[in-house]
Design a protein around this ligand. Structure first.
Ligand code: ADP
Length: 627
């Protein structure tokens, strides 16, 4: 059976496409999940790190105001009247300057209960805190009210953002003692920000108001992570926490969740201005206060990994499809080859069958032909037998005819002889010897004529094959003329003989004489009763074919039309009984053919008959042998 391999069915393609889509989706999801997991891990590390650095960096400044608050000179300055303490102020200023230098903070200052800065580490700087009033600042208020204050803000004088720690200064060493002022330290977060800066990432610290106070992205600083109510805005303005700035909202959108500590959000792109990018956002409460540390991790890497996974799956799928097509093509080629082989085998088988059939047909035809040949041969044999029978019957008929003719020819003379003999005896008994002798002479003549008859028969029966030699035609004619000399003379026949003396033909002398005797005899018979009695014998040649043409023409009545067609057949005669057997021309034909010559007869226009013989010419001096 011939197999047909079709292409892949539609459902095959559909299944492959489905598989591809599923694989692509799974791969993309998987790549995303893995990348985000990795990113989340990085985020966790970052949060750990930032949290620790916040704690260590800022923690070491936390105790500074408490220590300053316990300083006796500070207490003394705050307790003294303003006008009576210039020396004390100078001493505290020097002390604060030394502390600030030693701990590496931004500034250290002492504030009296009214909120006025009375001493500061930067007392001799162009932008000095001394004399400024910070009563509106929450860290001051908190320190007065609760003993400690903490606050991110922008310096009103300096305009430099920083973290403020504050501690209440008590009159005595116990907590219940009267609060006479506040000691505060301002710490710069610039170092932290630059230390946290990493490509593709942002790290921020959001204070209790939801305002970004530390940010690796400078533009985001002092923007809000959540919408501000009018009251909150008023409070912020009142505290001049952000140096009177209007706090704008950071343009971001929370677009998805990852887990309880991480979510996705679109933020202004860190790399390209004016664009947004998607970040994994992780948050954790800061070690101090109500702040929150946040890290933003760019998901572009995860996207890239997704694309790689997608490309990988697509490539794999393409390779698989190509391989499938190749395999299919290969299978098809093999199938076609097999089919071709099968077809060839079938054709071969068919050919063999055909050959066998044809051979059988041929064999059959051959056998039929053999049978037909055998049949033909049998038919031929039968025909030949029939022919022989016919010939035999013909011969018998001829013999019958001949016997009848002979019987008749011989009976008459025999009867005559019998009568003549009887009469001769009677004449002898009567002694009439003269009559008896006359009778016996007549018997003799009759016997002679009977001898002529038998002679003719003998000549007919004679074998025609003789030795052929060059024979003179003129001599043969002269011989015949001699034989019929008396008849010619008696009948007053004019004999014209025009034979060239040199004319020689292939013949046998006595047979040639017999032929001419026969023909001349017939001619003399024909002219006997004619008014003019002329017999012409002439010869011409040899012609270019080496033929010598001899003819004998008479002025007789010509050959009777009914006889002409059968002239040369035996026993054809028009002569009365006793004068011809009808064998003359038959014998003549046989002899002439024996010479290799041809004889023909025709009637002349003026009435007579003409017999023509075409002899083969022969050189007179050279005798040759022929058949
Ligand atoms: P036969 O002379 O015994 O009859 P042939 O065979 O010689 O036998 O002749 C056959 C016949 O042919 C003759 O009987 C005659 O009718 C015809 N025949 C032969 N020669 C001549 C001739 N020269 N003219 C007319 N008829 C002829």
């Amino acid at each position: 059976m011939q197999k047909r391999y079709k292409g892949i069915a539609w459902w095959g393609w559909a299944a492959a496409a489905g598989l591809y889509v599923a694989a692509a989706v799974v791969a993309v999801e998987f790549a995303w999940d893995r990348a985000i997991d990795a990113l989340a891990e990085v985020g966790t590390h970052r949060l750990d790190l930032y949290s620790a650095s916040l704690k260590s960096e800022l923690g070491r400044f936390e105790t500074v105001p408490a220590l300053v608050a316990r300083q006796d000179s500070v207490r003394a300055l705050l307790s003294a009247s303003p006008e009576g303490a210039p020396r004390l102020t100078q001493a505290v200023n020097a002390y604060l300057e030394a502390v600030n230098r030693d701990v590496g903070s931004g500034a250290v200052d002492v504030i009296n209960a009214d909120g006025s800065v009375i001493a500061a580490s930067n007392w001799d700087q162009p932008v000095s805190f001394v004399g400024t009033n910070v009563s509106y600042r929450p860290y001051f208020q908190d320190a007065l009210a609760q003993g400690r204050g903490r606050f991110f803000g922008i310096g009103t004088n300096t305009g430099v953002p920083g973290l403020y720690f504050a501690n209440a200064v008590h009159q005595g060493d116990t907590a219940g003692d009267k609060v006479i002022g506040v000691a505060a330290v301002k710490v710069s977060v610039d170092a932290l920000e630059s230390a946290w800066r990493a490509p593709g990432e942002a790290a921020i610290v959001v204070d209790g108001n939801g305002v970004i106070v530390i940010s690796t992205e400078p533009a985001w600083k002092f923007t809000a992570m959540r919408a501000m109510t009018a009251g909150q805005q008023r409070d912020i303005q009142a505290s001049r926490q952000y140096a009177g700035r209007v706090v704008d909202a950071l343009p971001f959108r929370r677009v998805g969740e990852w887990n309880e500590t991480a979510w996705f959000g679109t933020f202004p792109d860190l790399r390209r201005a004016g664009r947004t990018a998607r970040y994994l956002v992780m948050a954790r409460p800061a070690p101090q206060g109500h702040d929150t540390i946040m890290v933003l991790l760019d998901t572009v890497g995860a996207r890239r990994q997704q694309r790689v996974a997608f490309a990988f799956v697509t490539g794999g799928f393409l390779i698989a499809v190509l391989y499938a097509l190749y395999a299919l093509q290969r299978r098809r080629t093999i199938a076609e080859k097999l089919n071709a082989q099968q077809a060839l085998r079938r054709a071969n088988d068919q050919l063999e069958t055909t050959v066998v059939q044809r051979t059988a047909a041929l064999t059959e035809a051959n056998e039929r032909m053999q049978r037909e040949i055998a049949e033909r041969e049998r038919t031929e044999q039968r025909l030949r037998a029939t022919q022989q029978e016919v010939v035999h019957a013909g011969k018998l008929a001829v013999i019958g005819q001949m016997a009848a003719g002979l019987t008749h020819e011989l009976n008459q003379p025999l009867v005559a002889i019998r009568t003549l003999c009887d009469n001769a005896r009677t004449f002898l008994e009567r002694d009439q010897s003269a009559q008896a002798i006359s009778n016996l002479e007549r018997v003799g003549r009759l016997v002679d004529s009977m001898a002529v008859l038998t002679g003719e028969l003998k000549a007919f029966a004679r074998k025609p094959e003789v030795e052929r030699v060059a024979v003179s035609l003129a001599e043969a004619v002269a011989h015949a003329r001699l034989i019929y000399e008396s008849r010619i003379r008696d009948n007053a026949v004019r004999l014209d003989v025009r034979i060239p003396p040199a004319a020689t033909v292939y013949a046998e002398s006595s047979q040639l004489q017999q032929v001419i005797v026969n023909l001349l005899g017939n001619a003399l018979d024909a002219v006997r009763d004619a008014s003019t009695r002329v017999v012409t014998m002439e010869a011409a040649g040899p012609d270019p074919h080496g033929r010598v043409r001899f003819s004998i023409t008479d002025s007789g009545p010509g050959v009777a039309p009914e006889v002409l067609a059968h002239l040369f057949e035996p026993f054809v005669t028009t002569k009365p009984r006793g004068q011809g057997l009808g064998l003359g021309l038959a014998i003549t034909l046989r002899i002439v053919e024996g010479f290799g010559a041809r004889i023909s007869a025709a009637n002349c226009d003026d009435g007579g008959a003409r017999f023509t013989i075409e002899f083969m010419a022969a050189e007179p001096q050279r005798a040759e042998h022929g058949r």
